[in-house]
Design a protein around this ligand. Structure first.
Ligand code: ZN
Ligand code: FE
Ligand code: FE
Length: 190
């Protein structure tokens, strides 16, 4: 590489990392969609999968605008986040709790991507790569919207319905003697 050790090289490196992260996500998102019970949540993962395919195409345009070959470099960060998501899916949670957990896993991925695009945009802008900046900004906007969508599903009912089943012992107690101290139900939980 001609200009090794420059910010431009670091930029290309981060682009390769992000390109790989997006590709890993195209394999993970269908699993999240499949595990979701809430149809709106499943739909959100499915439509973000489509967006992610568009983001990969956009990153290819970014590489092209910089006269670089589009190639990925294994992203350990997103691999770890995906791994954690897989562990969650193996848990034996009730349906809405699982949905809440899938949202949590999805949002970890979105925030990771937002951090990556934030840096890429700032560097691209600083180096005057106008076309790259414009394309990267489009990807960032989609990640932000996906994150907001997940928040709105969580806060628009999924968390609440999961919370309703969260303390079954307590409900029994409240049923048996209304006005029982809430703390007493906690004794039996880990
Ligand atoms: Zn540059
Ligand atoms: Fe993405
Ligand atoms: Fe995303």
């Amino acid at each position: 590489m001609a200009e090794s050790g420059t910010l431009h090289d670091a930029f290309i490196d981060e682009l390769r990392d992000t390109y790989d992260a997006e590709k890993q996500l195209t394999k993970a998102l269908p699993k999240l969609a499949k595990a979701a019970s809430n149809p709106k949540l499943r739909q959100a993962f499915e439509s973000h999968l489509e967006e992610t395919q568009g983001q990969i195409a956009r990153l290819e345009q970014v590489f092209e605008s910089l006269d670089e070959k589009a190639r990925g470099k294994h992203c350990d960060g997103i691999a770890g986040i995906i791994e954690e998501g897989k562990s969650i899916m193996e848990e034996d949670f009730d349906e809405t709790t699982m949905d809440a957990c899938l949202i949590a896993a999805g949002q970890r991925a979105e925030h990771y991507e937002m951090a990556a695009y934030g840096t890429l945009i700032a560097w691209s802008e600083a180096m005057g790569h106008t076309e790259a900046t414009r394309l990267l900004q489009q990807n960032l906007n989609e990640e932000k919207a996906a994150d907001k969508k997940l928040s709105s599903l969580a806060e628009g009912g999924i968390n609440q319905s999961a919370a309703e089943g969260a303390h079954p012992e307590e409900e029994e107690l409240v049923g048996a003697a209304s006005g029982a101290k809430r703390g007493s139900a906690k004794a039996g939980r880990r």
